[in-house]
Design a protein around this ligand. Structure first.
Ligand code: GTP
Ligand code: MG
Length: 223
């Protein structure tokens, strides 16, 4: 009996488009970060806060990936940042062909940075490169400190881990062993930068903005 390796074929097709997407951004020296998180971990809240607090310092465009609705794009529109919404109509992740047109609909030449919010899912999106410059993992403390050990893929592949909702344990609402989560993620990825933040109160976000600014400057054309 002949076996067809569907997973391999889908990834191969994806990577072909990812390979084609990358030059559009690299030729323009634009950083594009693919943010991957479980649903409800606070990524849109992080995006809106990052845009508002970077005003005058960095121009950010956003690509929103969701199964349905433009609810998240509308939340970004309030910040006046350029945004494009992609609906996957059921699929649990974006894949490269879906985003090949999206950066072109943003005023890319006026932007310093594109932040892409993938579909809420910590697992599937990590397998699909979109031609981005790097991945950012978002984990909220409400999800539990065992998640890096249980779902290692995204933590192994990311440049940064945003550990969100740190206001909750501080108020006694959830328990989260930050040292355990840090040790587990570092054992997967020694160079991972970990920023504990609260997108609600703003605690810790200055470290994230500093990393973003540094990364944008490193990526920008040199005078
Ligand atoms: N306490 C607390 N709540 C937060 C924080 N960040 C986000 N939230 C809340 O978490 C909920 C989900 O936030 P969203 O920004 O919609 O999360 P998301 O990851 O974009 O959600 P999806 O795109 O639907 O997967 C909202 O009720 C936010 O107000 C935080 O730092 N602390
Ligand atoms: Mg969202």
């Amino acid at each position: 009996m002949k076996k067809i390796s569907i997973g391999k074929n889908i990834l191969h097709e994806n990577d072909k488009y990812a390979f084609e997407n990358a030059p559009f951004l690299t030729e323009r020296k634009k950083l594009c970060l693919n943010m991957i998180s479980s649903l409800g971990s606070g990524t849109t809240t992080i995006l809106a806060r990052t845009i508002n607090e970077s005003r005058g310092k960095m121009k950010i465009g956003v690509i929103e990936g969701d199964i349905q609705t433009d609810i998240d794009a509308e939340r970004i529109r309030v910040t006046e940042a350029p945004v494009v919404q992609i609906n996957t109509e059921g699929a649990c992740h974006l894949w490269a062909p879906q985003i090949s047109e999206a950066p072109k609909t943003l005023p890319v030449d006026d932007l310093d940075l594109i932040l892409l919010e993938n579909v809420g899912n910590l697992v599937c999106p990590s397998a699909f490169s979109l031609g981005e410059s790097g991945k950012i993992a978002v984990l909220s403390v409400a999800e539990g400190d065992d998640k890096p050990a249980k779902y290692p893929g995204i933590f192994a592949k990311s440049k940064v881990l945003l550990l969100n909702k740190i206001d909750l344990p501080a108020r006694g609402h959830v328990e989260f062993d930050t040292e355990r989560a840090k040790a587990d993620t570092r054992s997967l990825n020694e160079s991972l930068e970990i920023f504990p933040i609260s997108a609600k109160t703003g605690e810790g976000t200055a470290n994230w903005y500093h990393w973003l600014g540094k990364s944008v400057r490193k990526n920008a054309p040199q005078p």
